[in-house]
Design a protein around this ligand. Structure first.
Ligand code: AP5
Length: 233
């Protein structure tokens, strides 16, 4: 297998010019990888979860509708998410491609996205499917902590910070997402199986799906993703 030509942490000069979709269950590592791949290619990381949490934090009407749904571990209605995404990909920073993390999450969202991409002159998306043993997910989700200041993701079991409760980069306080509590993990995984897992067959039929082994280390998963991108471009 070809290995990455990009040294760890170094930004590539290659252009993405693609819509990438990171698809997989909660805790599979989509956000960790999406941040890094978006940084390497200099394109936006479009996480619908982060966007919705921002609306909740700001108390917008969308945030007020989404908050109780997210707290139960269920999916926010398609109409709300699609409006948010349609507005976001209109912005000029999306002209060179983007990385979707946590979107689309239903077949209806995927169909609408297909139409939007065609309208904006994009090729069909490249879908990275995070394949992982479900046994690993609980540990990854309940151990996750995020820096309040820079959003960097840690895990108290897998990659703890040097100083407990503080970000290695900026010393910011770490917090746990309310939906990462153990009792909400079950409903989130059920929502994934019921509403999002059908997208695997949907994109496989379209010939757009690429499996990566998400149980490997962060670095190994990144190399698999970069190889898929190079072959797909
Ligand atoms: P969202 O924010 O999208 O959450 P999610 O899909 O449940 O995914 P997670 O963020 O939990 O996991 P991840 O795969 O990004 O893992 P991470 O990289 O952080 O959605 C939240 C809610 O918003 C939904 O429940 C829903 O209500 C709503 N929503 C969002 N989008 C929606 C949509 N399109 N439609 C409707 N509703 C929507 O990693 C997890 C942990 O593992 C971290 O601690 C990390 O450090 C660690 N880790 C990562 N990779 C590795 C590795 N390779 N080895 C060891 N540890 C690792």
């Amino acid at each position: 297998m070809e290995t990455s030509r990009v040294a760890p942490g170094v930004r590539t000069h290659e252009k993405l010019d693609l819509a990438l979709i990171f698809l997989g269950p909660p805790g599979a590592g989509k956000g960790t990888q999406a941040k890094e791949v978006a940084r390497l290619y200099g394109v936006p990381h479009l996480s619908t979860g982060d966007m919705l949490r921002e609306h909740v934090a700001q108390g917008t009407s969308l945030g007020q509708r989404a908050q109780p749904i997210m707290a139960r571990g269920e999916l926010v209605p398609d109409s709300l998410v699609l409006k948010m995404i349609a507005e976001r990909i209109e912005r000029p920073d999306c002209a060179g491609g983007f990385v979707f993390d946590g979107f689309p999450r239903t077949v209806a969202q995927a169909q609408y996205l297909g139409v939007m991409l065609r309208q904006h002159g994009y090729r069909p998306p490249v879908v990275i499917h995070f394949v992982i043993d479900p046994q690993l997910l609980l540990r990854r989700i309940t151990g996750r902590r995020m820096c309040k200041q820079c959003g960097r993701i840690y895990n108290i079991f897998e990659c703890p910070t040097k100083l407990e409760g503080r970000c290695d980069l900026d010393g910011g306080e770490l917090e746990q997402r309310p939906d990462d509590r153990e009792e909400i993990v079950g409903p989130r995984l059920q929502a994934y199986e019921r509403q999002t897992a059908p997208l695997v067959a949907y994109y496989r039929r379209l010939g757009r799906l690429h499996d990566v082994d998400a149980s490997k280390s962060v670095e190994e998963v990144k190399l698999q993703i970069l190889n898929v991108i190079r072959e797909a471009r």
